[in-house]
Design a protein. Structure first.
Length: 457
């Protein structure tokens, strides 16, 4: 089983990898299908289903779909150009993507939130259609946004591409047991095995540059969040808090009376900074999703800024190790809140971050697996119940607590010898079963939990 670091960590935009990035990617793929088609197109239509409908407005799913049909993609997204494009589309009721004729598209009537008809393949489903001059549909495609910005067509999902292993790699572990056995046999660390797999897939020249960019985007996101205040968009009037907390922490530096537990505030503020940026629609990195994007950068920033002997030379090993754990979770369970609740998002992120921190602090493969297991185990059952469908409450604080759990899990694992009672594979399978049994109202639909018990105004 192989999932590249650059599949697990993608540069994109907030507030949701499943509900914002995924639909934009799907729209871009649909445009490519149109460009490859012999038909002459005159218009576009679409419908959003399941979780994409129920929390679509709060997650800017409609906005992302419209921009995707206009030719925007997450990796190169420019907010100023996007705003200008949206204004033009609202005025002209047309889009003009490169390589295609001007297409009729009125967002108010041609993009429908279908709350009644769920698509069978996944909770995050959407249908995109292209029409001829008479308004007849001549091209239609069902897409599923399966979490973390990953998008599959209906046919790809049916064919099992979600679990496609691709070409051979030197260390094709599909479980934590296999991962540890391969590490023991080869004498390599988890990061070294993961790096060998990346090289086998042709990433030898671009890996250093690509991983450096990932951390740069993550860290830039932290910095923007730490220096920006104001009210987050969406109607809840949630106030940004990261800047105020950060300013207070800076002011307290060097004071002899600072309590030891203040280090928790540093971990939290780094994570909250990222997720406030995500909630504002800023540039983030899926880690493994947007809703959980703050956990891993916060732990990595904590390591670099607060751990004696930390080195930036270890950033690659951190990301490689984290991606290895994230790949196991995605392959054997889910990283999608719409499939398995927030245990699949913040829980997975915490496990990934715990593994990465344990690795760069000298942990053995067994201790790394233990760190991931501890972090994920203590997120089991966590629901995804965003108030008003916005990735703000409880999501922003939840990332801070996920970072704290990750650091605690890594520390506990490093205190042991790697032997422990509950295997990581068992926790991942438990998370999958729990997600399967969880009622849909607790899986990113905002139909239960805090979403219905907290006033939205």
């Amino acid at each position: 089983m192989f999932l590249s670091v650059f599949d697990m960590f993608k540069v994109g935009i907030g507030p949701s990898s499943s509900h914002t990035m995924g639909p934009m990617v799907a729209a871009a793929r649909f445009l490519d299908m149109m460009r490859a088609s012999p038909f002459e197109f005159a218009g576009l239509k679409g419908s959003l289903h399941g979780s994409l409908a129920f929390t679509g407005v709060g997650h800017a799913t409609d906005r992302a779909t419209i921009l995707g049909l206009a030719g925007f993609v997450p990796d190169s997204y420019d907010n100023d150009k996007a705003e200008a494009a949206l204004a033009d589309i609202a005025s002209t009721h047309t889009v003009t993507p490169d390589g295609l004729p001007t297409l009729q598209f009125d967002p108010k009537t041609d993009l429908i939130f279908d709350y009644d008809n769920n698509l069978l393949g996944h909770a995050n489903g959407m249908i995109l259609m292209a029409t001829d001059a008479q308004g007849d549909v001549i091209l239609r495609q069902v897409f599923y946004s399966i979490g973390g910005g990953f998008v599959l067509t209906e046919e790809e999902l049916t064919e099992g591409k979600a679990t496609d292993e691709g070409g051979p790699v030197p260390f094709p572990f599909k479980s934590a047991v296999e991962m540890l056995e391969m590490a023991k046999t080869s004498g390599k660390s988890i990061a070294e095995m993961k790096r060998a797999n990346e090289v086998a897939r042709g990433c030898v020249d671009s890996f250093a540059k690509g991983s450096a960019r990932l951390w740069q985007v993550m860290n830039d996101c932290i910095e923007r969040g730490l220096t920006t205040d104001g009210i987050l968009p969406g109607g809840l009037k949630v106030r940004r808090r990261a800047k105020g907390i950060y300013d207070a922490l800076i002011a307290e530096r060097g004071m002899n009376l600072t309590a030891p537990h203040t280090i928790n505030d540093w971990m939290s503020v780094y994570a909250m900074a990222v997720n406030e940026e995500n909630a504002a629609g800023g540039q983030v990195v899926t880690a493994p999703t947007n809703g959980a994007a703050g956990v891993l950068p916060a732990v990595l920033r904590y390591y670099l800024d607060h751990v004696p002997g930390a080195s930036e030379s270890h950033i690659e090993d951190f990301l490689l190790t984290a991606a290895a754990i994230g790949g196991l979770v995605k392959y054997n369970a889910s990283i999608s809140g719409a499939e398995a609740g927030c245990q699949a998002e913040v829980g997975s992120a915490s496990a990934m971050a715990a593994a990465g921190l344990c690795a760069v602090m000298g942990g053995t493969p067994e201790q790394v697996e233990n760190a991931a297991e501890i972090a994920l185990e203590h997120h089991l059952g966590m629901t995804c119940d965003p108030v008003a469908g916005l990735v703000q409450v409880p999501c922003i604080e939840r990332n801070g607590l996920g970072a704290i759990k990750a650091v605690s899990a890594a520390s506990l694992a490093l205190r042991g010898d790697g032997e422990h009672f509950v295997p990581l594979d068992a926790v991942i399978e438990t998370m999958r079963q729990t997600g399967h049994d969880m009622h849909e109202r607790y899986k990113e639909t905002s139909l239960g939990g805090l979403a219905v018990n907290v006033p939205n105004c």
